[in-house]
Ligand binder design. Structure first.
Ligand code: DGY
Length: 425
């Protein structure tokens, strides 16, 4: 049912959601379904806090990096306080870290957010909070360069679909279908106790997610073993674009700090990723798609992540024109932009997790990229559609591109943050 959300109220509601999801120095994505601190959620949430509490914005990220591993990885979940309402919790991951964390990472958007916070405060090269986070981001990017670039072409390999943040995208279906689940054993899912099962991954899919987790745990969370022998190894188009962008943003910080060795290091990485990105271009569909490291096969699917090319600053004029054709096509099958999967693609479902619904954080990055590339009408279309979704349905985790109805968790932190930092402004 359509709710009454007048524009000024929405900003107050958004601030209220962030305050209510605040657990003291960090924010849960939504109560119940996601009761811990998630990596890329917190990065975007910091942008929302920045609109009304600068100190709290920095603190969100500082609390997140308190869980960074010695090898540089920033985990995808930090389990600050145990919560029996979530599976898989800290005892399932068994990483042995303090604070307890998962053993995998998530999209590296942090440096881009730190740059934005820092620039909004005047871009002082001596900014003390930027300085510490610069070091954390650099360490995390080096972790990606060391462990997650198997072909040496600057792209990002993921070893669990949860790392992508686009957990249930059909881009992973073929690779997940090869996972042996015979030893998984029994476990109790908690997510379907919080939201409609029709919006969540199926039982077969969940078994595969757990099997990949168990491989990591059995390796003692040895990131070299996982990278070389893990059962799931995909070059993720989303994270490849996001890391390239984050390296560009980190480079701005490195230059401001006069860190010339790092400037040189990052410039080389950026050049490598710029040329490597072509490996993800799929001419048959006219888009960048994820590719399986083990089989070499492209997913051949146009997703919202395909359009992050503008955010990453890649693509020839031919490739960019084809991507814009893709956006045009989407306007014919979707009432609202930007769906996570094109209607008509196999496994499209406008309500199911990452198989059609809109996630505003991806829409934000795509719109920013389009704006920077001069495609202002497209950027504005995505921004105003995003605002309409919140006006029509409230602050849901995701939204149907067909009806605009909310899906997943309600009162979602990063949706509130996107209103405050972007589409509601
Ligand atoms: C979940 O539990 O579905 C999370 O998205 C994993 O990060």
């Amino acid at each position: 049912m359509t709710q009454d959300h007048s524009a000024p109220d929405l900003s107050e509601q958004a601030r209220d959601i962030l305050r209510r999801n605040d657990r003291g120095g960090y924010t849960v994505p939504t109560r119940g379904l996601y009761p811990y601190q998630w990596n890329w959620d917190s990065a975007f949430v910091a942008l929302g806090f920045a609109a009304f509490d600068r100190n709290r914005a920095w603190q969100e990220i500082e609390t997140l990096v308190s869980g960074q591993w010695d090898d540089g990885m920033i985990p995808h979940i930090i389990f600050h306080q145990d919560d029996p309402g979530y599976f898989p919790g800290p005892s399932v991951w068994a990483t042995g870290k303090t604070p307890p964390t998962s053993g995998i990472t998530q999209p590296p958007v942090l440096a881009s957010i730190v740059r934005r916070l820092w620039e909004d405060e005047g871009a002082d090269p001596q900014h003390p909070r930027m300085a510490a986070l610069y070091e954390a981001c650099l360490k995390s990017h080096r972790w990606f360069h060391t462990y997650r670039d198997p072909l040496g072409n600057g792209l990002v390999m993921v070893t669990h679909n949860w790392e992508t943040g686009r957990d249930n995208s059909s881009e992973w279906d073929d690779a997940l279908a090869r996972i042996d689940t015979s030893q998984v054993g029994s476990y109790q899912r908690r997510d379907t106790g919080h939201v409609d099962a029709a919006m969540r991954p199926t039982a077969v899919e969940y078994d595969r997610y757990v099997a990949i987790l168990q491989f990591g745990r059995a390796s003692g969370w040895n990131h070299r073993t996982i990278a070389d022998h893990g059962p799931f190894r995909m070059l993720d188009v989303g994270m490849s674009m996001e890391l390239l962008r984050a390296n560009r943003d980190l480079l701005v910080l490195a230059k401001a700090r006069g860190d010339s060795a790092v400037v040189e290091e990052l410039e080389a990485r950026i050049a490598l990723s710029e040329s490597g990105m072509d490996y993800l271009w799929d001419e048959a569909v006219g888009a960048y798609c994820s590719r399986d490291v083990i089989t070499g096969k492209s997913s051949g699917l146009v997703t919202n992540a395909s359009f992050l090319a503008f955010y990453a600053g890649v693509g020839t004029s031919h490739q960019r024109l084809r991507l814009l054709d893709g956006l045009n096509r989407l306007t014919r099958s979707a009432t609202y932009l930007l769906p996570s999967l094109e209607k008509g693609s196999r496994a499209y479902d406008h309500k199911r997790y990452w198989r059609g619904p809109i996630w505003l954080v991806v829409s934000y990055m795509v719109a920013e990229g389009l704006r920077e590339a001069g495609h202002l009408e497209w950027a504005d279309r995505i921004r105003t559609d995003s605002a309409k979704l919140i006006e029509v349905s409230g602050f849901y985790e995701s939204f149907s591109p067909e009806t605009g109805a909310g899906s997943g968790g309600p009162d979602f932190s990063w949706t509130a943050a996107m209103w405050l930092a972007w589409c509601g402004r």
